[in-house]
Design a protein around this ligand. Structure first.
Ligand code: MV4
Length: 449
């Protein structure tokens, strides 16, 4: 096992990774910007290195500074966490060139899944169901019009370099399409420096369901069931649950088997997530995330597996320690993302925490950077805490979640706790009857009253 791991991240995820390392007897190195000197991830780590000024591009995205920090502290591995450099193939390569282990997939897999046209091509080749569309890039406007006629309007034009909702636009008619192509091409060029586009049939009311996987790079791949991430606003997830209220055990095993068979063929290494849209009981691959995800704890809670621990083990070259048959699901888990934001406008609200009390008790997990007296800096993502609750079934989980949200005290800043409380009195949510658009329309309705 590694002796020392550098955690190239901040916030709750840096704490999460530190905790796995500590339990495995691995020493940790935190890196931080000058704005994060007082952050909890710095306080808990065995060592810390300041890697630059507040702006992410000069610190948490500064590859040379991070690799230097690993070298001077003698770290034998780097865990990239989520966001920042976690899906940067060049970073993974650079780390390996320095003789340091990268806790993540092979650079080739990161690179090919980062190109959404390439990712879809691979998904098709591996036998995963995809959304009907261009099955490759759009060669010309004529090509685009022909494919749109074939699959039928409305269509969605997406940028190869996009993902996570960036660089896509719907066209309802051939007239629309001409404009859409021009806008998408221009924006893709400006934002990503790559104007390659592809097209798909636009699914109107899908759910977003993703499957968690773990592979050892030797053809062994297991899955940990799915997460339903349909509750989102402007492509920011608000609350996730596992299992999905829309799937039964047979459905779960069927999609899980398709995913593990597919990824075994490419000897996938490390944790990863395959994202699907799910509509009328059909799955459609959209993207693959080649990293740990923010919402991974809900899968851990229902499976009883520490995914970061397994990810670290596998990064040493060890084979998988569990088989698919050993992964069983117990109960239901929900994660509420608690952001330092106004709960209605989502305008960030960083500042000093005057009073802090986290909920606890059976089935409760809080992955948070907050402490009394801490000042949430304004420079980064506003996620400050994840409240993760497990129950024997969905109803018990919801009752426990309501209790925990009442108990949670965060004073001094506005947070999204009240939004989660409101959601818990909403019949559509309580019934699990929602799609990717429901939360936004529900919030729009509320503001009219
Ligand atoms: C789609 C879609 C409908 N039809 N593709 C947005 C993020 C990116 N990962 C893919 N996205 C979508 N792709 C087709 N063919 C609707 C979305 C979408 C969405 C997907 C997942 C979660 C939230 C979303 C919000 C708006 C649109």
């Amino acid at each position: 096992m590694f002796d020392k791991v550098l955690i190239a991240n901040r916030g709750e995820i840096a704490l999460r990774i530190h905790r796995a390392c500590r339990e495995m007897g691995i020493r940790t190195v935190a890196v931080h910007s000058t704005a994060d000197s007082d952050a909890m991830h710095v306080r808990l780590a065995d060592e810390s290195v300041c890697i630059g000024p507040p702006a992410s591009k000069d610190s948490y995205l500064n590859m040379a500074a991070i690799i230097s920090a690993a070298t001077i502290t003698n770290a034998d591995a780097i865990h990239p966490g989520v966001g920042f450099l976690s899906e940067n193939a060049e970073f993974a390569e650079m780390i390996e060139e320095h003789g340091i282990a990268f806790v993540g997939p092979s650079p080739d897999h990161i690179r090919s899944m980062g190109d959404k046209i390439e990712a879809k091509r691979i998904a098709i080749a591996l036998g995963l169901p995809v959304v009907p569309g261009s099955d490759g890039g759009l060669e010309s406007d004529e090509d685009a019009h022909r494919i749109a006629e074939e699959i039928g309007y409305p269509v969605l034009v997406k940028a190869a370099a996009g993902g996570g909702g960036k660089g896509m636009k719907v066209a309802d008619t051939p007239d629309d399409l001409q404009q859409t192509l021009e806008i998408c091409r221009r924006e893709a060029k400006a934002n990503f420096g790559n104007d390659a586009l592809y097209m798909e049939k636009f699914l109107r009311r899908p759910r977003h369901i993703e499957v968690q996987v773990l592979g050892d790079g030797r053809g062994n791949v297991v899955h940990f069931g799915e997460r339903d991430c349909s509750l989102q606003r402007r492509h920011q997830k608000i609350l996730e649950e596992a299992p999905s209220p829309a799937l039964d055990q047979a459905g779960r095993e069927a999609i899980g088997a398709r995913v593990t068979n597919a990824l075994a063929k490419i000897n996938y290494l490390s944790v990863g997530t395959i994202e699907f849209l799910y509509e009328d009981e059909e799955f459609y691959f959209i993207e693959m995330n080649t990293r740990l995800q923010v919402e991974h704890p809900i899968s851990e809670m229902i499976c009883g597996v520490d995914l970061v621990r397994e990810q670290l083990r596998i990064a040493t070259g060890a084979p998988l320690s569990l088989t698919q048959e050993q992964i069983a699901y117990t109960g239901h888990a929900i994660e509420c993302r608690i952001n330092a934001e106004n709960p209605r406008t989502f305008i960030p609200n960083p500042g000093k925490i005057n009073e802090y009390h986290a909920p606890g008790g059976l089935g409760v997990r809080v992955d948070s950077t907050l402490y009394s007296g801490y000042t949430v800096p304004p420079h980064y993502d506003s996620l400050v805490s994840k409240l993760i609750v497990h129950g024997a079934n969905r109803n018990e989980c919801l009752l426990r979640l309501r209790r925990c949200l009442e108990e949670y005290v965060i004073e001094g800043i506005e947070t999204t706790v009240p939004l989660h409380q409101e959601l818990l009195s909403e019949p559509r949510f309580l019934d699990g009857d929602y799609d990717i658009h429901w939360l936004e329309s529900w919030m729009a309705e509320g503001s009219d009253e």
